[in-house]
Design a protein around this ligand. Sequence first.
Ligand code: HEC
Ligand code: HEC
Length: 201
Amino acid sequence: MRRYVILARRFALALALGASPGAALLQAQTLPAGLAARLAACGACHGVDGNASLRDTPSLAGQPAVFLENQMVLIREGIREIALMQGALEGFTDTDITALARHYARQPLKAPAASRDAVLFAKGEKLAEQNRCGSCHLPNYAGREQMPRLAAQREDFLLHSMRQFASNQAVGRDTLMAASLHGLNDPDLVAIAHYLSRIGP
Ligand code: HEC
Ligand code: HEC
């Protein structure tokens, strides 16, 4: 329970900082030395600049800081289960996690792949609209607060995570998402992943 109180407080803090960009800019332009060293380990999977080049691995660059912060706490506590990340966040304090979240949120996300399958792209765009994905993830799919950015995320990771939600394998993740995919079949998810990965940032 206490954790969630901490999260709620941090959420309020993030909003307050968001309201004053000057203060946010002054914060943590550089990471403390100890954290910077540990960041190298994350880079092996998520990319040194937060742009992942490994299969089924999310890019962290340009994600809302609140989303990253919440997920890192859930992963550290073992609530969101990620076998590959076992122990990766061990020893990180809440303050470290806040600094890491801000760091990745500020990294520029790479432009999406230019190659598009016109039919798949159009199908994905229509399905995302019909299913109102933008009502939470924003109409440009840039995400906000606890809702992740989907635009320009890796196509394979988008598909992998939607399949996890759809089959109720997304342990420790928000059940709202499984509900949001109700009625969509696997080829629909393939089209949505193609579309979202090719737009923005
Ligand atoms: C061995 C590879 C690996 C390492 C090392 C690793 N991660 Fe991950 N991470 C993953 C994978 C794979 C996922 C997605 C798993 C899934 O959803 O099935 C993930 C998910 C995440 C997420 C959730 C993002 C999202 O969009 O859902 C965050 C945040 C994260 N990692 C942060 C970190 C940080 C910070 C470090 C370093 C302390 C780190 N990771 C180290 C592989 C790794
Ligand atoms: C009611 C709000 C809501 C709606 C509607 C919604 N989402 Fe989400 N979505 C979320 C939240 C919140 C999360 C973060 C869940 C978590 O990690 O626990 C999320 C996570 C995701 C993720 C995982 C991304 C990552 O980086 O880990 C994908 C992919 C996704 N949503 C796709 C979609 C698609 C496609 C639609 C429309 C069919 C949709 N969402 C509709 C709230 C919503």
